[in-house]
Design a protein around this ligand. Structure first.
Ligand code: ATP
Ligand code: MG
Length: 284
């Protein structure tokens, strides 16, 4: 999802050089819950504040409401009760302030008949910005994900990891203020995933782009995040929160560190506890 006002400059963004600080939180989830029309209680009331510039990861067993929470944050669905605020305003205010969201799904969802650059240009085109004006931003986004040589290729000529890079370039081209990613690298082999994780954390660090990321991988969560939320199911809820207090910018050295291993061990234990039917806050 991208929100972009036609004709608005897309290469200018508010200062995001430090995470948190005095700035208002990017997102506040205020006792928001979700009951689906078939009666399924997707999410129990959730309270959560996401700092500007934070890299927040949601992890938890299947069905614990990670995608539902992400969709609420993206305003793709509405809470049944409670509410959300973005930079202390409602969703209408987000567009008025010229702020933008970008959503990356597990599947790259590229247009198969369009070349890489046309795929990346799509959100700008949808916003009514003329091609001549968008060319530098498209080229920069493609370069940022290391695909400059493939700008004129079709998706079928690319590997799964490269297609995912195109999806990320398409998300970045609008210079979003909030990047939402739902298991973006889940279908990729571990080597490719690790490489993309390293690229993603570099991008995040350079731009201090508030990111909410969903994964099933403990290693990925610890490597990327400033904070991890472990969720439990039935009903979907926050089970525990872990702050990853490791030096930035992170590189492969962090993966090899004792600190990384310790965080992974603890997160693994928490996940196992969150997966038990008797986990606190559950329906049983
Ligand atoms: N549109 C819907 N209608 C009814 N129930 C839904 C709908 N979407 C999700 N649910 C239910 O809400 C709960 C949370 O689903 P959600 O997709 O958010 O879980 P998840 O944590 O993302 O799971 P996974 O790890 O499998 O992607 C599940 O019980 C799911 O079946
Ligand atoms: Mg999901």
């Amino acid at each position: 999802m991208n929100v972009l006002t036609p004709g608005e400059p897309f290469n200018v963004s508010p200062d995001r050089t430090t995470a948190g600080g005095d700035r208002p939180p990017a997102v506040e989830v205020l006792s928001a819950e979700k009951v689906f029309s078939n009666g399924t209680r997707g999410l129990a009331p959730i309270d959560l504040s996401i700092a500007d510039g934070e890299f927040l990861t949601l992890i938890g067993p299947s069905g614990c409401g990670k995608s539902t929470l992400l969709k609420l944050i993206a305003n793709l669905i509405e809470p049944s009760d409670g509410r959300l605020l973005w930079w202390r305003g409602d969703f209408a205010q987000v567009g008025e302030d010229g702020r933008r969201f970008a959503f990356v799904f597990q599947e790259p969802t590229l247009m198969p008949w369009a070349r890489v650059d046309a795929n990346v240009r799509l959100p700008l085109e949808l916003a009514g910005i003329a091609n001549a004006k968008t060319a530098p931003a498209v080229a920069e986004a493609i370069e940022r994900v290391g695909l400059s040589k493939f700008a004129r290729h079709f998706p079928r000529q690319l590997s799964g990891g490269m297609k995912m890079r195109v999806s990320i370039a398409r998300a970045l081209v609008t210079n979003p203020n909030l990047l939402l990613m739902d298991e973006p690298f889940g279908a990729l082999d571990e080597f490719t995933r690790n490489n993309l994780d390293a690229d993603l954390i570099k991008l995040w660090w350079e731009r201090k782009l508030t990111t909410v990321f969903v994964t099933h991988s403990i290693y990925e969560a610890v490597f990327l995040s400033t904070r991890i939320i472990v969720m439990a199911a039935n009903p979907g809820r926050i089970f525990r929160t872990m702050t990853i207090d490791a030096p930035q910018p992170r590189d492969e050295g962090f993966r090899d560190s004792a600190q990384f291993a310790a965080y992974c061990r603890e997160l693994s234990t928490w996940l196992a506890e969150a997966s038990l039917p008797s986990a606190p806050g559950g329906a049983l």
